[in-house]
Design a binder for this molecule. Structure first.
Ligand SMILES: Nc1nc2c(ncn2[C@@H]2O[C@H](COP(=O)(O)OP(=O)(O)O)[C@@H](O)[C@H]2O)c(=O)[nH]1
Ligand SMILES: [Mg+2]
Length: 338
């Protein structure tokens, strides 16, 4: 993506391990370390269900017998597939584990091997980062996804990140399908200190987006986050409507939208991959936010997204609070997973 641009907002530094500096007593942890430790703790808490599935069952594999027999390898394969890591990835991992089976006698050794192998898979497809030019024009992010995946919530969390970073944020209420959706967005705008441009419910979503971009230019906003519907009256085609919103944004500001952020719900498992293909084909998705990782033991879907889609996984949602959106970091992810 645009990671080569010289002025962009830097993602937070990798939160690989929790800050260890407070443990010794002699070191004084600085505030960056403390923030990093807190972020990691949130991530760990968010991934608790997947971690429980993986670690408990990995321990169980060795309960009857030390070492890895054929039968235990089969159980491991099943376990990996249950975590939604994908059949192909599960088979690849199993091959690696089989090759080293003689040296693996307990759960921690197996977890360490899996951690390293999964990390190398994620690193092979290095998709991190949240490039964001600040060229004096508003940077427009159109947020799309099916109903209920967490678009509005993610916009609220993103708005909070950017306003905290000193950016002027404007939110466009282009999900006009339900009145409640506009109200929900207005609450997030207020919480995060962002402006909102809204019309009455039932209004033309493309017209709302058009007005919002105009307002953003006039008010010299840095970021525009465009909320969209995930479901429409049955006679209206969602993808056609979203394309219209996209064109309307471009009409107001050439080159915009700069990003099309697709929100996917981790609890929907492999179905999320199908949604990604569909939205990508229609709109050209530039990044993914994967929500509700805290609500599922199927956190392995992260690996599936990395491997089967050529779209950066930019953010993960690990809870419903305003701080529960993190820039995806492969190291932190695997360290929180086992
Ligand atoms: N546990 C959890 N819930 C989330 C997360 N993101 C969104 N939600 C919840 O998912 C539900 C639907 O979110 P919403 O933003 O309204 O989805 P939208 O229809 O795509 O706009 C809400 O109850 C949110 O609180 C997340 O990362 N974790
Ligand atoms: Mg919504």
């Amino acid at each position: 993506m645009n990671s080569g641009s010289d002025s962009h907002i830097e993602p937070p530094p990798p939160a690989g391990e929790p800050a260890a500096s407070s443990a010794g007593g002699n070191d004084h942890p600085n505030s960056a370390d403390i923030a990093k430790g807190k972020m990691f703790a949130r991530l760990r808490r968010g991934l608790a269900k997947t971690r429980q599935l993986l670690t408990t069952d990995i321990e169980d594999l060795f309960a009857r017998k030390k070492g890895l027999s054929e039968k235990q390898l089969e159980e491991l394969e099943e376990l990996l597939i249950t975590s939604d890591i994908g059949v192909e990835t599960a088979m690849d991992l199993l091959e690696k584990v089989s090759a080293s089976a003689a040296g693996i006698h307990d759960g921690p050794a197996l977890a360490a091997l899996l951690r390293a192998e999964i990390l190398s898979l994620l690193r092979d497809h290095d998709h991190r980062g949240m490039p964001l030019q600040t060229t004096g024009r508003p940077h427009v992010v159109m947020v799309v996804g099916v109903n209920g995946v967490g678009k509005t919530t993610t916009i609220g969390k993103l708005a909070h990140r950017y306003t905290t970073d000193g950016k002027k944020v404007l939110i466009a209420a282009s999900d006009t399908f339900r009145a409640a959706a506009i109200e929900q967005l207005a609450i997030w705008a207020e919480r995060s200190g962002a402006d909102i441009v809204r019309h009455q419910d039932g209004a033309d979503p493309a017209a709302v987006a058009f007005d919002a971009i105009k307002a953003a230019i006039g008010r010299e906003a840095d970021i525009v986050l465009v909320d969209t519907a995930g479901r429409l009256h049955t006679k209206v085609n969602l993808m056609e409507e979203l394309k219209k919103v996209k064109r309307s944004i471009a009409k107001q500001l050439a080159g915009a939208p700069n990003e099309i952020l697709l929100v996917l719900d981790a609890t929907t498992g492999q179905n999320a991959l199908n949604q990604a293909r569909m939205f990508n084909e229609a709109l050209g998705v530039t990044g993914i936010a994967l929500t509700k990782l805290d609500g599922t033991a199927k956190g392995g879907i992260v690996v599936g997204i990395y491997r089967s889609l050529d779209i950066p996984l930019q953010y993960i949602g690990v809870g419903e609070q305003i701080d529960d959106l993190q820039v995806f970091e492969p190291e932190a992810f695997v360290n929180a997973l086992f």
